[in-house]
Design a protein around this ligand. Structure first.
Ligand code: PLP
Length: 382
């Protein structure tokens, strides 16, 4: 009989397995509330009721009004809605954003500012520990600045950003504030009433909800030119027949995952990693980070090779480098933090799930050490 090796999923920041209660709730909605929420008959009304329930649950969870919740197809769409919506809404302007934003913001700002001659932007780097200082970000604002973008928690390092300070400073300067909270959801207390930002984006699949579903929380009175023109759904903010089961599944997933245990698992892993490989560099270690995330670099090992070797041993982890036009690019986050190119290419990200425990840490460490040994031998250094 073949002995199957164990598999470890340690890439929760990329996506989470869908929660069984989400799947069940969605199945029920698909089967019983299949109507188009815009239809006036009973089937439409059934679907409308489920959509309203989902919106109300989201609003309650985030401490906002139900009318602020716009359902979208995910974090990428929510982010693009804000960038494109603001740019299309003014003749000219300036955007300040951090250099560690997700590509759905970085590239959207770059490309849309290039298309509209009256628009420009300034990117602000984090410190060497991965935190973007609020005062540095605000110093980059000019009289022309219309929008400031800062993510709540970084997807690669997990470093938590000073979004409360930035939102407050933006309010004082009458500048719109946009927070990408995709990685904060499920890991931090996302009370948007306390935050007071104008726009906040979320994605369902990062918390065990369905893929292809997201939300944009748009403060009352804040207008965005709409990307989707059509039937005027979502109060004209996002046309298209609503994905009722998806929205419902998102609402069911809220608050289910609890990362409390992941913090001690992550800390235990990093302590043991440093003991086993003293030269390891852990990114963002000096800052508050989301509980489940560890990004590090083992000197001398190329991240992509390490990732593939770890995969062969059953570990699903991520490398910091991103694939762009068939080329491996070093992590833009680590480069912005001032990490040398070679380090930015050789990083590995582990993002633990809520059920990780000491046995996972020990298996992961053994795996890493085995791969390190194997790669050293292959390169003739062993
Ligand atoms: C910080 C951040 N923003 C946005 C996104 C995009 O979300 P989605 O996959 O729902 O489009 C991600 C996904 O990795 C993310 O980590």
């Amino acid at each position: 009989m073949t002995q199957h090796q164990s598999q470890y999923y340690l890439d929760y920041n990329a996506t989470c397995p869908q929660l069984p209660e989400v799947t069940q709730a969605m199945r029920e909605v698909v089967e019983t509330a299949f109507g188009n929420p815009s239809s006036l008959h009973w089937a439409g009304r059934n679907a409308r009721r489920k959509l309203d329930d989902a919106r109300d649950a989201m609003a309650k969870f985030f401490h906002v009004e139900s009318g602020s919740v716009v359902f979208t197809s995910g974090g990428t769409e929510s982010n693009n809605m804000v960038i494109q919506g603001v740019i299309a809404g003014f003749e000219s302007g300036h955007i300040v954003l951090s250099a560690i934003e997700h590509p759905a913001i970085l590239q959207a700002v770059e490309q849309w500012c290039a298309r509209f001659s009256g628009w420009s932007f300034t990117t602000v780097k984090p410190n060497k520990d991965g935190k973007v200082e609020a005062h540095t970000l605000m110093q980059a604002c000019t009289d022309d600045t219309k929008l400031v973008c800062l993510m709540w928690a970084n997807n690669e390092t997990g470093v938590i950003q000073p979004v409360f300070e930035v939102a407050q400073a933006c309010r004082e300067k009458h500048i719109l504030c946009f927070v990408d909270a995709v990685q904060a959801l499920g890991k931090l207390d996302v009370n948007l009433d306390k935050l007071g930002a104008d726009f906040v984006s979320f994605s369902a699949h990062k918390i065990g909800g369905p893929r292809g579903v997201g939300a944009l929380i748009q403060k009352r009175g804040r207008k965005l030119e709409s990307l989707m023109i059509g039937g005027g759904q979502e109060r004209g903010r996002r046309s298209g027949t609503e994905y009722v089961a998806g929205a419902y599944g998102f609402a069911v997933a809220l608050g289910v995952l609890d990362y409390t245990r992941a913090q001690s698992v992550r800390d235990d892993f990093e302590a043991k990693l440093k003991q086993a490989i003293p030269k390891v560099a852990i990114f963002g270690e000096g800052n508050a980070r989301t509980a489940n995330t560890s990004m590090f670099c083992v000197p001398g090992l190329e991240g992509e090779t390490l990732l593939m070797q770890m995969d062969l041993m059953g570990f699903a982890v991520a490398s910091g480098s991103a694939c762009s036009s068939g080329k491996r690019e070093p992590s833009h986050v680590l480069l912005a933090m001032g990490a040398p190119d070679v380090q930015a290419r050789s990083s590995l990200r582990v993002s633990f799930g809520v059920d990780a425990d000491e046995s996972v840490v020990d298996a992961l460490l053994q795996g890493l050490l085995k791969v390190q040994e194997r790669l050293k031998k292959m390169s003739g250094r062993g």
